[in-house]
Ligand binder design. Structure first.
Ligand SMILES: Cc1cc2nc3c(=O)[nH]c(=O)nc-3n(C[C@H](O)[C@H](O)[C@H](O)COP(=O)(O)O)c2cc1C
Length: 343
């Protein structure tokens, strides 16, 4: 498949629905936006089962990342992000929804049941985020070395709060340097584990077409060559350009704002909330011409998660660590065919 075909998922035409159109085709149309959500390693670990006016959002645990995400925490965060995109698209279509999280005691893979109706829309502010759905992209390149205005930071903090999560912004250089050190320690621990390298390599494999991170396919050899020292950053964390491994200094200079998203609890409901908060933040950022990428390593390496919490002086549990700023335009990552994920 060529690049154009891979990016087809991002070119969604305008909806042509009128008041007489039944809900089901509109719901199916809205799912085109749900699948544009970010997911760890671009695994897209979701399935959608439509039945008339309802859709079940299911976790696809066959796409779980057993090494980096052994409890499916990030998998459920990704499903939460997809749920948020669906909410935004439904709002744009003028449709209301009721959401029941984990509706089945027998099947924990059903993470949400969404019932769509023509009732009153509860969160009309979502409408303003619609255009950002196809603009948002993960940008691992350095950002412009200029501060993110306080008003914009507040907008991101508010977006996070609206989904029941807490955001903590870090912009002082000394604090960003301390975070960069923690990220480097976590990177070191992860890349020293051959199982981690193998798992990552399988998701940046050049033969992947509609999932994974194809732009990094050339990094596979390096990942699996254990004689090569830790050339980690290029493939996962931060692309300093021209294949140059990024240093901690590159990371600090190219990340004017670092931002943690945290939740009070650390359970499956909290992970879904974190995913919805993440996507609300990312869409709010994209609406303002900002972009982001992930520095989650210290959260994924359990002993370092506590250190991160202390460093950020937070009482809540960190779920995601982002860098935010103005970056170059980068290509969208591919998505699986709708027919593979929607039934
Ligand atoms: C929970 C979660 C964790 C992620 N962790 C990382 C990460 O550690 N490093 C990274 O480069 N990207 C990370 N990503 C970004 C994904 O790789 C990205 O969303 C995916 O490749 C699809 O690309 P897109 O966001 O541009 O659509 C993460 C995304 C999510 C939702």
């Amino acid at each position: 498949m060529d690049d154009a075909a891979q990016n087809e998922a991002w070119e969604i035409g305008e909806p042509h629905f009128d008041a007489a159109t039944p809900i089901e085709p509109q719901l199916r149309f809205a799912l085109r936006y749900a699948v544009l959500a970010p997911s760890n390693h671009n695994t897209q670990p979701w399935r959608f089962i439509v039945d008339g006016d309802t859709v079940q959002i299911c976790a696809d645990r066959m796409r779980a990342l057993a090494v980096v995400d052994p409890f499916d925490r990030e998998l459920l965060i990704s499903c939460g992000a997809a749920l948020f995109n669906l909410r935004v698209a439904l709002c744009r279509l003028g449709l209301a929804y009721e959401i029941t999280l984990f509706p089945s005691e027998l099947d924990p893979d059903i993470v949400a049941l969404v019932h769509v109706s023509r009732g009153e829309i509860r969160d009309p502010q979502l409408h303003a985020l619609f255009d950002a759905l196809t603009v948002r992209v993960t940008t691992r390149a350095p950002f412009v070395d200029e501060p993110v205005a306080a008003a914009l930071q507040q907008k991101l903090i508010d977006a996070c709060g609206m989904e029941g999560a807490t955001a903590c912004c870090v912009e002082r250089k000394a604090e960003r340097e301390a975070l960069a050190q923690l990220i480097a320690d976590a990177d070191h621990a992860q890349f020293a584990d051959p199982r981690f390298r193998r798992e990552l390599a399988s998701w940046i494999h050049p033969l992947r077409r509609d999932d994974g991170m194809p732009a990094y396919g050339s990094g596979v050899g390096v990942l699996l060559d254990f004689t090569v020292p830790l050339v980690t950053s290029v493939v996962r964390l931060f692309d300093a350009g021209a294949g140059v491994p990024a240093t901690r200094q590159h990371l600090v200079e190219g990340s004017p704002l670092m931002m943690a998203i945290a939740t009070t609890r650390d359970d499956r409901e909290a992970w879904l909330a974190a995913g919805q908060a993440l996507e609300r933040v990312l869409l709010a950022a994209a609406s303002e011409g900002l972009t982001a990428s992930y520095l989650n390593q210290p959260i994924e390496v359990e002993p370092l998660r506590e250190q991160l919490k202390t460093l950020l002086n937070m009482t809540a549990v960190p779920q995601l660590l982002l860098r935010v700023g103005r970056g170059p335009r980068v290509r969208h990552a591919p998505r699986r065919r709708l027919s593979d994920v929607v039934s």
